[in-house]
Design a protein around this ligand. Structure first.
Ligand code: SF4
Length: 236
């Protein structure tokens, strides 16, 4: 199925971003669902922002596919919070996996590819499955926030990922980490257990470390490299 979003002029997406610059997260989500019925995907990494977005989707009964990419290298706590959210909200989660297991990748590419070529590893274990998940979608909702810094600091509520032919939707684009934490507490949501153990940002086990108080929230990701993004989210 061809993508409607791919045909939207960039100027129209910019106008949408402007129009929704003061909107709430719920209003941004609703606009995506109404504009692209049946073709909205929410990707969940099961960090706190996933808890917020699942809550918004489930409580408004929005027609959104909820997708995770299981790299085979996730923390047990990541699976645990996913299961708790499923139990609490009765959501259906589609799981996308890399084409090769970790052992198969090691046999083909050598052990611990993430240490030598993390971009290649993310390409195989995160980006390729994600792009399968987005096939046929027009809108891709994620928990990106400006306050995470780096390439995310210019984020807008709607933006065009022209290469993938989707509109990126960031309902939490203006939220601080404190806003996310407060929302989860207010609604008593299940949250990833590692957040309370010094991990503000959580990905695969080999590439995630805790950070010191006051450090950048993504400083614990690929900390031995200059890499800051896995390649799912490109600067807009
Ligand atoms: Fe590989 Fe690390 Fe990327 Fe996970 S985060 S896919 S282990 S490089």
């Amino acid at each position: 199925m061809s993508s409607v979003a791919a045909t939207l002029p960039a100027a129209e997406v910019d106008a949408l971003a402007e129009q929704f610059s003061d909107a709430t997260a719920a209003e941004i989500l609703l606009e995506a669902v109404e504009r692209f019925p049946g073709r909205v995907v929410l990707t969940c990494s099961w960090q706190r922002t996933s808890s917020v977005l699942v809550h918004l989707v489930a409580t408004q009964a929005l027609d959104v596919r909820i997708v995770e990419v299981d790299t085979g290298l996730l923390f047990p706590e990541t699976h645990e919070v996913r299961d708790r959210l499923i139990d609490r909200f009765g959501i259906h989660v589609e799981t996308l996996r890399p084409r090769r297991t970790v052992a198969e990748q090691a046999a083909d590419e050598g052990a611990e590819l993430w240490l030598r070529e993390p971009d290649a590893c993310c390409g195989l274990r995160k980006v390729e499955p994600l792009e399968r998940a987005l096939a046929g979608a027009d809108a891709w909702v994620s928990g990106l926030r400006r306050s995470s810094g780096g390439s995310r600091s210019t984020l807008r509520p709607f933006s065009l990922d022209a290469a993938r032919g989707v509109i990126k939707v960031a309902p939490l684009w203006r939220w601080s980490s404190e806003d996310v934490e407060a929302y989860c507490a207010e609604h008593d949501l299940p949250v990833h257990a590692l957040h309370a153990q010094g991990y503000p940002s959580i990905g695969c086990v080999p590439c995630t470390q805790p950070v010191a108080p006051g450090e950048d929230e993504r400083a614990g990701r690929w900390a031995w490299t200059g890499k800051t993004e896995c390649g799912l989210h490109r600067p807009t």
